[in-house]
Design a protein around this ligand. Structure first.
Ligand SMILES: [Zn+2]
Length: 276
C-alpha cells in the first residue's frame, strides 16, 4: 500500500514532469462503477478547461488546486488518494496505457495523466477546498512547520497507547503502521505505553526519528525509479526497513525474538527488551 513516502515521491514526480500550469482538455473515466470509486459529487467533467495550479500533499492525500471555473469563478481542488494499489503516470501520446488504467486526464500539451489501480480503491474527487478532501486530518508528519513542540503537545494530550496515537490521522497525518513500528523501536518506546506518560524528551526524540524514518524511505524510493522515471510503489518489505514483520523475527538491535500485538486492528511488532 502506498504510504506517505510513496505519495511524496509521486508528488515530486508530477512536479518534475511539469504538470503545474497545464490545462485539462478532456477527461476519460469510463470504467464500470466509476461513480462509486473515482467520480465524486458532480463527476469530473467540470475539470475540462481548468489549469493545475499546484501539487500539494497532506499525509497520503494529493491535492491539486485548480484555476477558477469560468461560470461561477469557484476555485476548486482535485483530491487524489491512491488507496491500496493506485499509481500515477504522465504519458506521451505514443505511450501505451497502464494495464489497469482507471482514469485519464488529457492536457493541452497532448500528454495525459493516468491513474492505474488494479484494486480500484483509489479515490479522485473534485472538492471546493483541500479541507473538504482531507477532512479533519492533523498536520503532515513531514511538514517542516510541524515542530517538535507541536508534536509533543498533540501526542501528550492523548491517554491511548502511543502506537494508536501515531496512527491517528487526526493527531498527525501520514505515519503508517510499519513506520510507526520502526520509529518506536529505534527510540525504545514500547507500543502500549500511554502517550501522556512519555517524557517530553522521549517524545521529541520520537518526532525526530519519525521524520528520519520517513525521509529515509523517501530517498530509497526516489533512488529506484522505473525506466520512465516514475516512482515505484514499493512493498515496504525491503531494505529500507529494519524490522522483519514476522512473529519471532530477530530484533535488529539485540536479536531477541520480536513480539506482536494488535492495536485497533493493526499489528505492531516490538522488542520486549529494547522497548519500554
Ligand atoms: Zn531488542
Amino acid at each position: 500500500m502506498p504510504e506517505l513516502p510513496e505519495i511524496e515521491a509521486l508528488r515530486r514526480y508530477l512536479l518534475r514532469e511539469g504538470l503545474v500550469g497545464r490545462t485539462v482538455v478532456e477527461v476519460d473515466a469510463d470504467w464500470p462503477g466509476v461513480e462509486d470509486t473515482v467520480d465524486g459529487a458532480g463527476g469530473l467533467s467540470p475539470l475540462v478547461g481548468r489549469r493545475i495550479e499546484g501539487i500539494e500533499r497532506r499525509g497520503k492525500q494529493l491535492i491539486l488546486p485548480l484555476s477558477a471555473s469560468a461560470p461561477d469563478g469557484r476555485n476548486q481542488v482535485l483530491g487524489l488518494h491512491m488507496g491500496m494499489t493506485g499509481r500515477l503516470g504522465i504519458m506521451a501520446p505514443y505511450e501505451e496505457s497502464f494495464r489497469y488504467r482507471r482514469l485519464s486526464l488529457f492536457f493541452d500539451d497532448e500528454r495525459r495523466l493516468e491513474l492505474d489501480d488494479v484494486r480500484r480503491w483509489a479515490m479522485v474527487r473534485l472538492e471546493d477546498d483541500a479541507e473538504a478532501f482531507t477532512g479533519g486530518m492533523g498536520p503532515d508528519a513531514l511538514n517542516p512547520e510541524f515542530t517538535p513542540a507541536e508534536f509533543v503537545e498533540r501526542v501528550s494530550a492523548k491517554r491511548s497507547p502511543i502506537k494508536s496515537v501515531l496512527l491517528d490521522q487526526k493527531v498527525l497525518a501520514g505515519v503508517g503502521n510499519i513506520y510507526a513500528d520502526e520509529a518506536l523501536l529505534m527510540v525504545g518506546i514500547t507500543p502500549s505505553r500511554r502517550a501522556d506518560q512519555i517524557s517530553v524528551t522521549r517524545l521529541e526524540s520520537l518526532h525526530n526519528t519519525i521524520v528520519g524514518v520517513l525521509e529515509n524511505a523517501l530517498s530509497f524510493i526516489e533512488s529506484q525509479p522505473d525506466d520512465q522515471g516514475r516512482p515505484y510503489v514499493i512493498d515496504a518489505q525491503d531494505d529500507r526497513m529494519q524490522i522483519t514483520r514476522k512473529p519471532g523475527a530477530p530484533c535488529p538491535q539485540c536479536e531477541a525474538a520480536l513480539k506482536s500485538r494488535k492495536f485497533g486492528g493493526r499489528t505492531a511488532y516490538y522488542c520486549p527488551y529494547c522497548q519500554h
